[in-house]
Design a protein around this ligand. Structure first.
Ligand SMILES: Nc1ncnc2c1ncn2[C@@H]1O[C@H](COP(=O)(O)OP(=O)(O)OP(=O)(O)O)[C@@H](O)[C@H]1O
Length: 322
C-alpha cells in the first residue's frame, strides 16, 4: 500500500534540466503511457536538488485505516499523476513537488497519521481579563477608559459606586453609581463590594455582581480605581488581574490638566497634587505603566490595547477567582 513521506536530503545543488532537452514525442496523456514514463519522470525529478530536498515519495507502509482512494495502486497512480498533480518547475524558486489536489493530499496525510485533522482551535480561548487602571488624580484615567470603550467592544467597564456628588456633565450609571453615604455603608455591610475606600472624604467601591456577570459572558473587565484602591485590589486579586498605571509626561502636565478641568477648588488641588507626588512612588506595584502625554490620548489608548493583546497571547493565562 502506498504512502507519502517527506524526505529531507542535503544533496548538492544540480541545475534543473532544460525543458528543451525533453525527449521528443514524449506521451503525456494516457494512464498506460504514464506507467511507462514512471522511471523517466523519476529520473527527471530526482535530477533537481529541490526535488530531493522536498519531495513526497510513495512508501510502503500500511495505512492505519482503509481509505477508499489510496488503497489501490491505480489510486496511487491517479494521486501521483492526476492532471493537476504533476507540476515540475524548472524555476529554482518553486520547488518541484509533484502535488495532488489539496483535499486528496490532506486525506492521504490523515490516512497515514491515523487520525483526522481537527478544525478545533489549537489553543483554548484566552481567559477573560480584569484590567485595573489606576494613576494619580488628573492623569487621564477616565479619558483613556472612555476612548478604550469606544474601540474595544469586548471590554466591560465596571461602574464604580461613589458617595460623592455628581459633577456637571456626569451621568449616573455611566460615570459612577451615585449613592448616598448610607446606601454605600449598606453595600459594605452586605459584602457587595470587591473593594472600597474613602477617597477625599467620599466613598468609592466596586460592585462584585457586575464583574461576575460580565466575566461569565466572556467580557474583559476594566476597573478604574485610585492608587489606594489599586493597592487593595492587588491584595484581593494578586496576579490574577493586570494592573496598569497611567502617568502624565511630567508633574507640570499633570497639574495643568487638573487646573484646566476646573472641577477642584484651590484647597482640593493642593491636596490632590500633594497626594499625587506621594502616589507616583507606587508605580513599582503595577504590571505596566502608560504615559498619557498631552494631546496623545490615542497613543495611550493604543498602548493599553497592546497590553491587553499581549495578555491575551500569554501561554500561562491569568485566572481570576472572585
Ligand atoms: N492625553 C491628554 N491630553 C490632553 N488632555 C487630557 C489627556 N488625557 C486627559 N486629558 C484631560 O485631562 C483632564 C483630567 O483627565 P481625567 O478626568 O480623565 O483624569 P482622571 O485621572 O480620571 O482624574 P480623577 O482621578 O481626578 O477623576 C480632563 O479634562 C481630560 O480631558
Amino acid at each position: 500500500m502506498g504512502g507519502w513521506v517527506k524526505l529531507k536530503t542535503s544533496s548538492p545543488s544540480t541545475p534543473p534540466r532544460d525543458k528543451k532537452s525533453k525527449p521528443p514525442n514524449q506521451p503525456t496523456n494516457s494512464l498506460t503511457n504514464q506507467n511507462a514514463l514512471i522511471p523517466q519522470m523519476f529520473r527527471k525529478l530526482s535530477s533537481s536538488s529541490l526535488f530531493l530536498r522536498y519531495t513526497i515519495f510513495p512508501v510502503s507502509t500500511k495505512p492505519v485505516f482503509k481509505s477508499q482512494s489510496y488503497n489501490h495502486p491505480q489510486s496511487l497512480r491517479r494521486l501521483f499523476f492526476s492532471s493537476s498533480s504533476l507540476k515540475m518547475s524548472d524555476s529554482p524558486n518553486s520547488p518541484s513537488i509533484p502535488t495532488t489536489t489539496k483535499p486528496e493530499l490532506l486525506r492521504s496525510l490523515e490516512s497515514h497519521l491515523g487520525s483526522c485533522f481537527s478544525n478545533d482551535p489549537i489553543t483554548p480561548q484566552p481567559n477573560p481579563l480584569i484590567i485595573v487602571i489606576s494613576g494619580a488624580s488628573g492623569v487621564g484615567k477616565d479619558a483613556v477608559i472612555n476612548k478604550l470603550r469606544q474601540v474595544r467592544q469586548s471590554l466591560h467597564f465596571v461602574v464604580t459606586a461613589t458617595s460623592r456628588p455628581m459633577r456637571p456633565g456626569e451621568i449616573d450609571g455611566k460615570d459612577y453609581f451615585f449613592v448616598s453615604k448610607d446606601e454605600f455603608l449598606s453595600m459594605i455591610e452586605k459584602d457587595e463590594l470587591l473593594e472600597h475606600a474613602l477617597v477625599y472624604g467620599d466613598y468609592k467601591g466596586i460592585p462584585k455582581k457586575r464583574i461576575q456577570e460580565f466575566m461569565g459572558k466572556g467580557y474583559d473587565i476594566v476597573l478604574r480605581v485610585d492608587i489606594q484602591g489599586a493597592k487593595t485590589l492587588r491584595k484581593i486579586l494578586g496576579s490574577s488581574a493586570v494592573f496598569v498605571f497611567i502617568v502624565a509626561e511630567s508633574e507640570l502636565a499633570m497639574v495643568e490638566r487638573l487646573v484646566d478641568r476646573r472641577t477642584e477648588s484651590h484647597e482640593e488641588l493642593l491636596v490632590r497634587v500633594a497626594t499625587a507626588r506621594e502616589e507616583i512612588r507606587h508605580v513599582k506595584d503595577f504590571d505596566y505603566v502608560v504615559v498619557n502625554a498631552k494631546g496623545k490620548l490615542d497613543d495611550s489608548v493604543k498602548r493599553v490595547e497592546s497590553i491587553i493583546d499581549a495578555e491575551k497571547s500569554k501561554v500561562h493565562q491569568r485566572v481570576v477567582r472572585i
